[in-house]
Design a protein around this ligand. Structure first.
Ligand code: HEC
Ligand code: HEC
Ligand code: HEC
Ligand code: HEC
Ligand code: HEC
Ligand code: HEC
Ligand code: HEC
Length: 265
């Protein structure tokens, strides 16, 4: 855990984002200093509302606030006079109106409906969801929270520390690719993101590569005497010109098969 935190804080993108947060706080007038005027990001805005701090939220959202200590984003908590502004309200916007109204729904930002709250800090992610193939988050059909833990534990579900659960996360919605299969493709054990970028890609079906490069990084291609092109010990000379490795009639059942070990059906 500690080494992960250290990694987080020594990560240049962390430092960049923290820079952005600080600038955002400047922009919101939470830190006063005459030298910095450029507005980079503005945290979620709610007319007439001011920041009340995460402690306030705990009165009514006790469980979320209690568990939030374990969340990746809890590490963004600053100490000192500005600490209250970097907590629940960094994603939900200032909470005074919501809190005083006893929890009226329209008075607080819900990133489930509006991922802009996340893009304020993760600006690069907006572009990923605009790529040709993408999960329909901007279309409002799903939210970042369907794949990420925002309130508790690791924000990346089944990241480097539990590969099995990435499969569970994706499998909630993609039952056909989840299995179980009689003949499992062992690649799946390394997680779905070995082949897919979960946000978006320029290639169809969110694939990280559009051709056999997707496969041959694990299944080495080898030239053999007599012009043979060996992949997995078999001559593929006559197949490679037919399309991708998963073209109909080839390894169509790339996630796993109930019928044969060669993942063809
Ligand atoms: C990193 C951004 C982020 C932070 C920080 C955050 N939330 Fe959320 N919150 C979300 C997202 C995203 C959703 C929508 C979850 C979903 O898609 O189901 C949400 C939903 C909610 C909901 C609606 C009910 C629910 O469970 O879906 C409540 C209440 C809530 N958050 C309270 C809090 C409180 C209290 C804190 C601070 C302890 C907090 N949030 C911190 C992102 C955040
Ligand atoms: C006085 C009690 C109270 C306080 C304080 C409070 N909330 Fe709420 N909150 C509620 C109630 C009640 C709901 C509505 C729950 C429902 O209808 O399902 C709610 C709903 C929400 C939702 C979901 C809104 C939606 O669109 O569905 C979010 C997000 C949320 N609160 C965040 C916060 C945050 C962040 C704070 C602290 C700044 C906070 N709340 C403080 C009572 C409160
Ligand atoms: C106030 C700025 C801020 C907001 C708002 C914010 N994040 Fe983050 N988030 C960060 C920082 C800083 C990191 C750590 C740096 C990194 O790993 O890139 C981070 C890390 C993450 C990670 C990776 C965690 C890990 O374990 O490596 C995910 C996933 C993530 N955020 C998702 C979200 C989602 C989804 C939302 C909106 C609901 C959101 N963030 C809103 C600042 C923010
Ligand atoms: C379909 C599932 C899914 C959705 C929806 C999703 N993510 Fe992710 N996200 C992932 C996975 C899986 C990873 C880990 C990628 C990896 O380890 O290669 C990730 C990684 C991240 C990271 C950290 C790694 C990095 O590239 O910096 C951030 C930040 C992040 N997502 C933000 C978001 C935001 C913001 C949204 C909503 C606008 C979102 N994600 C929606 C699955 C998803
Ligand atoms: C909350 C449900 C949900 C989760 C969780 C989810 N997806 Fe999806 N996925 C969708 C939806 C909805 C689409 C869009 C389907 C469409 O446009 O017909 C989609 C599309 C896809 C596609 C492209 C299909 C196509 O025809 O272009 C791939 C590949 C994919 N998801 C992989 C993943 C992976 C990998 C994960 C886990 C990191 C994941 N999904 C998690 C709902 C989900
Ligand atoms: C070894 C690489 C690889 C891995 C690992 C992988 N996929 Fe795929 N996936 C593919 C390929 C290749 C396609 C395109 C198949 C096609 O076009 O017929 C695909 C297509 C998909 C589709 C679209 C299916 C359709 O009929 O349009 C979904 C959804 C999907 N994968 C989800 C997942 C999920 C969930 C996981 C993890 C359990 C996963 N994939 C792991 C290679 C992979
Ligand atoms: C992350 C590494 C990895 C990737 C990427 C990968 N595979 Fe695999 N694949 C394996 C492993 C491991 C096995 C089981 C051991 C073996 O047979 O080589 C396997 C087995 C297979 C088998 C069964 C071989 C046999 O003789 O029983 C086929 C067919 C296959 N993969 C096709 C593909 C295709 C098509 C792709 C690209 C869409 C792909 N693989 C991508 C790791 C991978």
């Amino acid at each position: 855990m500690t080494s992960r935190i250290r990694k987080l804080w020594s990560n240049p993108s962390t430092m960049r984002i923290i820079g952005i947060v600080v600038v955002a706080l400047f922009a919101a007038g939470l830190i006063s200093c005459a030298t910095l005027t450029r507005v980079v990001v503005v945290p979620p805005q709610i007319p007439g509302a001011t920041f009340v701090g995460s402690e306030n939220c705990s009165q009514c959202h006790e469980n979320i606030t209690r568990d939030f200590k374990t969340a990746s984003h809890a590490r963004l908590h600053a100490s000192g006079p500005n600490s209250t502004e970097i907590g629940c309200e960094s994603c939900h916007g200032p909470g005074s109106v919501h809190s005083e109204s006893g929890g009226a729904r329209q008075t607080i930002v819900n990133p489930k409906k509006d991922p802009e709250a996340c893009f304020a800090c993760h600006l690069d992610k907006r572009g990923e969801f605009h790529l040709a193939s993408h999960h329909p988050v901007l279309e409002g059909k799903m939210g970042c929270g369907d794949c990420h833990n925002v309130h508790k534990g690791d924000a990346i579900l089944g990241g480097a520390f539990s590969l099995a659960s990435e499969r569970e996360t994706c499998g909630k919605c993609h039952i056909a690719q989840h299995g179980p299969f009689v003949f499992e493709h062992e690649a799946i054990r390394e997680g779905c993101t070995i082949c897919h970028n979960a946000h978006g890609t320029v290639n169809a079906k969110l694939l990280t590569q559009r051709n056999q490069n997707l496969c041959i990084r694990c299944h080495f291609q080898q030239q053999a005497p007599g012009g043979q092109l060996l992949i997995g010990g078999r001559d593929h000379r006559q197949f490679v010109s037919k399309g991708t490795c998963w073209t109909a009639g080839c390894h169509e059942a790339v996630h796993g098969s109930q019928i044969g070990s060669l993942l063809r059906y």
